[in-house]
Design a protein. Structure first.
Length: 185
């Protein structure tokens, strides 16, 4: 009895008060929990789980459902311009001329020149803009049109200090500029 008493006394007064003793108790507890979990889970089969690779590719699309990728690029439809209306190139040229402005032009005059060729959303975005903030002075080449749909095109205009990118949409019976983007060269 005294040997047991001395062992318990040693355990509680010296061993558990040291870092090594506390680490040993924690290790015993962790190993006990892991051992109990393995006993409770039962036998495991090495073929189960994600450890083995599948013998065939995993597909998420029915292989007989048709093509699911882009193998051929289809030509987008040409923009449709009603008879008597200006083409997207003509609107882009006129818009670029108005956007570049002229010396001494007020903000009101500049915005009034852009308004007939702009969507209401663009007019709202340009509110408060100044013609002095335009970073170019002249168009240096013909416009390049990229047709996206029959009613949406992108027009690129080379300028003396960069490139003006306009997105035009067909609104009722005329093309209008909806987005203006400037790319410095």
């Amino acid at each position: 009895m005294t040997a047991m008493r001395r062992a318990l006394e040693f355990l509680f007064t010296r061993a558990l008060r040291s870092r090594l003793g506390v680490a040993a108790v924690i290790a015993v507890l962790v190993l006990g929990v892991i051992g109990a979990a393995r006993l409770a889970s039962g036998p495991t089969d090495s073929a189960d789980g994600l450890s083995n690779r599948p013998n065939q590719p995993i597909t998420t699309v029915d292989p007989t459902a048709g093509d699911d990728g882009l193998t051929a690029i289809e030509t987008p439809p040409s923009p449709v311009t009603p008879s008597g209306a200006r083409t997207p190139e003509q609107i882009a040229d006129r818009f670029a001329s108005a956007w570049l402005g002229r010396p001494g032009m007020t903000a009101e005059q500049w915005q009034a020149g852009l308004r007939p060729m702009s969507t209401p959303a663009l007019i709202e975005k340009l509110a408060g803009a100044e013609p002095g903030g335009v970073p170019a002075e002249e168009v240096t080449g013909p416009p390049t049109v990229r047709s996206r749909t029959e009613t949406f095109v992108e027009v690129l205009l080379p300028l003396d200090t960069g490139r003006l990118r306009l997105e035009l949409v067909m609104a009722d019976t005329s093309w209008l500029v909806d987005v203006v983007d400037w790319e410095r060269q």
